[in-house]
Design a protein around this ligand. Sequence first.
Ligand SMILES: NC(=O)c1ccc[n+]([C@@H]2O[C@H](COP(=O)([O-])OP(=O)(O)OC[C@H]3O[C@@H](n4cnc5c(N)ncnc54)[C@H](OP(=O)(O)O)[C@@H]3O)[C@@H](O)[C@H]2O)c1
Length: 349
Amino acid sequence: MKVPEITAPSTSKLYFLKEVYYGFRPNPPQFRPEHYPDLTGKTAIVTGCNTGIGKYVLELLYQKNCRIICVVRTQEKGEQAKNEIITANPDSNGAIDIVGGCDFLDFEKVVIAGKKISELLDQTSSGALNIVIHNAGLTWLVAPNSPKSSVQNYEAMYQTNVLGPQLLQHFIDPYLLKEDDISLKRLVWVSSAAHFFTPEPYGIYWDDPGFKNTPLEQRPKGMNLYGQSKTYNIYQAQAWYDIHKEQADKIGCVSTSCYPGNLSTDMSRAWWPPFVTAAKLVVWDGVYGAYSELYCALSSTLTSKDSGSYIVPFGEIHDPREDVKAALTNGISREVWKFCEEQISEYIP
Ligand SMILES: NC(=O)c1ccc[n+]([C@@H]2O[C@H](COP(=O)([O-])OP(=O)(O)OC[C@H]3O[C@@H](n4cnc5c(N)ncnc54)[C@H](OP(=O)(O)O)[C@@H]3O)[C@@H](O)[C@H]2O)c1
């Protein structure tokens, strides 16, 4: 990709420090489970909900009688989470379907999962889909020994966090954008404050964002690669809305990005145990991340004019970094989306 010619605004260290501090000491959640509406008859898709934040999201939605289609990499892990949640919540009238095998590191597998989701929704009499949360995500911290590149040879976090979800969304769009149950239509792209740890301008490694042609030892640090992928998520929320604006406005669909918080989840599974214990003193329980994501998915204070917003813990709209904010309105988020479309074009249905 070419470096954009549009000059980016300068970034402020003070804003960076303020936002990083805020991530550790956010305002308490104002929109909590007791405020969530009853979700009987509503359907949600949540990715990566066998563990971490996604599993809390799954349980909170299920407690409100929602039907959730869980898109996971490993069927057995999904079934285990499903059984635990159903057993712990016997009074729910919700339902949980597991779509396993969706490994974002392989586009072929995303296509298979996308088709399974379509089949499941087609089997439902209304086929209405209300909520989509692209929660699954890979950080360099999770599994230091896991593959650094995808099956299609992209840098692993770029494909897992960006290209894979964008491809999956193509299978979901016909349902989310349908004018059926328009009392609730939400799309959430889970991002992070890690977007602050990216190069200027605009948080993208413009030469080769997917690092297809860059040897491992010449790639930037994991934190920066993760940050780039999470910058894309902010752009995806805006670009998806811009592209679908007419229909999204008609059905009141809100597309936001969400930084869920600094949280104790399975993300720390590969850390040195004493470090995990120490980290727990400054981070929040994983359920708080679910409060952030479910603010995006359920809060009635959000309307389609809030599409493109960057939601921070535990349910507030803030600005992303100055240049990233500018990219939401100066056409760059659309350019970046287009570039990703080119990477996945042969798999798009
Ligand atoms: N925890 C934090 O402090 C924090 C902060 C900012 C943003 N976030 C974001 O929040 C989201 C959830 O994170 P978490 O903390 O709940 O992490 P987590 O506990 O590590 O859970 C990550 C989920 O993503 C799935 N996943 C990872 N790689 C995948 C792949 N290649 N294909 C399909 N699924 C894959 C995992 O599946 P497996 O179980 O099969 O690996 C798991 O279900 C992520 O997008 C993350 O970037 C988290």
